[in-house]
Design a protein around this ligand. Structure first.
Ligand SMILES: [Zn+2]
Length: 217
């Protein structure tokens, strides 16, 4: 009898225990669901990261703006150093955005797009920023490179320096420091064996006989 009761108790315990395991298993289900759900919900954090990206974007825009500012500062320094001998109240010609990009930030206009690339009319090309005469039309030649090309400059009008790329020779207006383009030697395109490759936007053309504007010094 006693033995039977023990068996019954044990089997009852076993039933309870297995029920407990079952309930545990069932009880775990929701938590599994939760973990799956939380996985499924993970796209939510990207929302946050998107806003973070936005912040990063804003920051990079700020950085860009700062970069631009520093380039501005550098070109200001350039022009200041070029005008050391004169007063700092020079009033250069106002520039458009495209002209600023070329003249102040040393940009390059796309080939075959400049207004003077194939111009042959006699006259004088002056600096678009300060009106200093730079090139004469008689020294212009057809190089087919896509930019106005001269094999000589007006004496003393252009300053040469090694470009930041360390290879080419950059040319700037000696009076105001405005970027003109680059000069190349040894191409055997003309007798003078020199090609001033100049952006049209860096210059202003005055046809022969027209009065040149006063140079801003
Ligand atoms: Zn100039």
């Amino acid at each position: 009898m006693l033995k039977n009761r023990k068996v019954v108790l044990w089997s009852a315990f076993a039933v309870v225990a297995s029920l407990g395991i079952f309930w545990n298993a069932v009880g775990e289900e929701p938590s599994k669901d939760k973990s799956e759900k939380s996985k499924a919900e993970q796209p939510a954090p990207p929302k946050r990261s998107q806003s973070e990206e936005k912040k990063v974007d804003e920051r990079s825009t700020d950085a860009d703006a700062k970069d631009e500012k520093s380039t501005d500062d550098e070109s200001k320094k350039d022009s200041e150093s070029a005008s050391k001998s004169s007063s700092s109240t020079r009033k250069y010609n106002p520039l458009t955005r495209d002209e600023e990009h070329i003249i102040l930030h040393k940009g390059t206009e796309r080939p075959f797009t400049g207004e003077y690339t194939s111009k042959k009319e006699p006259g004088t090309y002056v600096c678009r920023r300060c009106n200093a005469p730079l090139y004469l039309a008689k020294d212009k030649f057809d190089s087919h490179c896509g930019w106005p090309s001269f094999d000589d400059e007006i004496k003393g009008a252009v300053r040469r320096s090694v470009d930041i790329d360390g290879e080419r020779i950059e040319i700037v207006c000696k009076n105001c420091g405005g970027h003109l383009g680059h000069v190349f030697n040894g191409e055997n395109l003309t007798k003078k064996n020199t090609r001033h490759c100049v952006n049209s936007l860096s210059m202003k053309f005055y046809a022969e006989g027209k009065t040149l504007p006063p140079v801003v010094k």
